[in-house]
Design a protein around this ligand. Sequence first.
Ligand code: OFO
Length: 161
Amino acid sequence: MALISEELNKAFNAQIKEELDSGYLYLGMSIWLKEHNFENLANWYWIQAKEEFEHAEKFWKYIIETGGTVELLELKKPKSDWKSVEEILKAGLAHEQYITNKITELWKLAEKLKELQPRSLLQWFINEQIEEEANATALIEIHVAYKNDMLFDRHVHREDD
Ligand code: OFO
């Protein structure tokens, strides 16, 4: 018998899609930024996109380890008609706030189902979302301080973990 309930298995499959959608969204942002010569920001969002794949991996690994079934769902076509760096930065924060809500819902669902096993996994994501929102907020604040997209881009720096 699987350790993971059918209901949580389904919700985790949905979250795999959310993480991959996040990666796809950030990939699209990275491409737009690269096309507009914001090299460092493009790199920042490319690293972010790859990180989202790792987030998806945490969920599918958990499902397999607990005897559930991984189902990959159809991905959403990401927005690509960005108008400005500012729009991308704000959309990045709004998206992370959306994902934080999704993780909170998963925590509540596991509580309701009295499934304790995914607690450490979900706690990791709760902590990660604090960091994700803080990073997205910092980018917005620093962008405002620079008042110039190209100068701001020169300041942005991120390396693969
Ligand atoms: Fe998966 O943290 Fe961003 O979305």
